[in-house]
Every structure is written in structure tokens, then in C-alpha cells.
Design a protein. Structure first.
Length: 229
């Protein structure tokens, strides 16, 4: 089960008490599964277009995921994906000056570091949006499933465990499985931080293939870790 977004600007979901009020910390990470079928759109974002945003944007034409932290739009991730295929993403970081201020994992493997000078983790409270970037731009078309949020940075072993649908409870502040079959409420199963659907996103769809994205096998080392700065 997952939540489907149609690619129209008025169709999105918003979680006001989950991400911003519980992840306003010195570090944090958020993981989710996406199955995009549209050319260009933001699957998940915080704070819309203001400074401090954390977002995942798809570009099917380039076959690329754009992962941004703190308005660091030019520093796009090298991660590749297939349209109409489930992909696991885990992004976040910390607010210190070391080189792991921004981290991006795709299908359980580290894809890129972001330098602290350009991608510090924001401690400002922010809502979590699904299916849009701000009120009117970059609507997402495709599926989103199983969102989890932590108030600390995960280790590579822990990220891989989440990719394989194992529990990582230390620092876990919320999980939104997105397995509801009806209604306009997104249920938070850890901290009770529920979200609200606006427009006509629909429940159902394909099962998430934990551990192996559908239609492909997990490469042994698909990406190079890089420092941007």
C-alpha cells in the first residue's frame, strides 16, 4: 500500500506536527520509498521554497533524483533511478561543521556527502509536504510509501536495515506507513503526528519491494561518495 499523487498542483499532503516539531534538532534523517511516473516534480519537501528546505525532486528525463538540503539546489545528487520503479531514499545530516552535514542514500547505499558550508541541517521547525515543493510548483506524479523520521543521523548499517524493512527505533520520532485504504488522514504510528491530504491523492497501489526495487537488482556499488563544496 502507498499514496498516489496525480501531478496536479492542488493534490498534496501536509504533516504539521511531525517533521518540524520533532526534528528541529542538531541532526536528523528521513527515509521514504517513491515510484515516480512523471517527468518532473518534488515527492517530498520541508518548508516549501524557504531556506532550510530538505527535498527530493525527480527528473525522469535525466533519470536522476535531485536531493537538496538547506536551499542547496545546484548540488544535485548523482543518484539514478528508473521511472515507474520503486526507489528507496534516505536523506538528512547534522548542523555541525564536519563534512557529513548532508547525506544521501539511495537503495540502501551512500550516494553523496554534502559539504557543511553549503548544506547545513536546519534546526528551524518545518512542516513536511508530500507531492509538492511549495503551494503551486513542481507537483509530483507517482507513489510515495513508508516514511520514517529520526532526530539523529543514522549509520550506513542502520540505513541498510531500514531499506530491508527492519526496525531502527533509536531516535525514531515518527513513522507514516501510508497503508490506509481510505480517508484524508495520514496516520503517524510512533508519535501520533498525523497528516492531512488535500485534493485527490488516492490510497492503494503496488506493494513496496523492500530490499530490492521492482524491475531491477540492487547494484553492489552504484555510486561514488563525493564531497561538494
Amino acid at each position: 500500500m502507498a499514496l498516489y499523487f496525480s501531478g496536479s498542483a492542488g493534490n498534496y499532503a501536509e504533516i504539521t506536527g511531525g517533521y518540524g516539531n520533532t526534528l528541529s534538532n542538531t541532526a536528523g534523517m528521513i527515509s521514504f520509498w517513491i515510484k515516480p511516473i512523471y517527468d518532473y516534480g518534488v515527492a517530498i519537501a520541508t518548508k516549501g521554497s524557504s531556506t532550510g528546505a530538505l527535498f527530493c525532486q525527480t527528473n525522469n528525463a535525466a533519470g536522476r533524483l535531485f536531493l537538496g538540503i538547506n536551499d542547496n539546489f545546484p548540488t544535485y545528487n548523482d543518484a539514478r533511478f528508473l521511472a515507474d520503479t520503486w526507489t528507496f531514499v534516505c536523506i538528512g545530516g547534522n548542523n555541525t561543521t564536519n563534512l557529513e552535514a548532508g547525506l544521501a542514500y539511495v537503495n540502501g547505499e551512500l550516494s553523496k556527502y554534502y559539504a557543511a558550508s553549503t548544506a547545513k541541517w536546519s534546526t528551524t521547525a518545518a512542516n513536511l509536504y508530500l507531492g509538492r515543493y511549495d503551494l503551486t510548483t513542481l507537483p509530483y506524479k507517482g507513489w510515495i510509501g513508508d516514511i520514517r523520521a529520526w532526530n539523529r543521523r543514522l549509520t550506513p548499517t542502520e540505513v541498510l536495515a531500514v531499506y530491508n524493512n527492519q526496525s531502527v527505533t533509536s531516535g525514531l520520532v515518527e513513522r507514516w506507513p501510508l497503508t490506509e485504504s481510505s480517508g484524508s488522514t495520514i496516520t503517524g504510528t510512533v508519535g501520533g503526528n498525523n497528516g492531512t491530504i488535500t485534493g485527490t491523492p488516492t490510497w492503494g497501489g503496488p506493494e513496496i519491494p523492500y530490499g530490492t526495487p521492482s524491475g531491477s537488482s540492487r547494484p553492489s556499488s552504484p555510486f561514488l561518495s563525493q564531497v561538494i563544496g
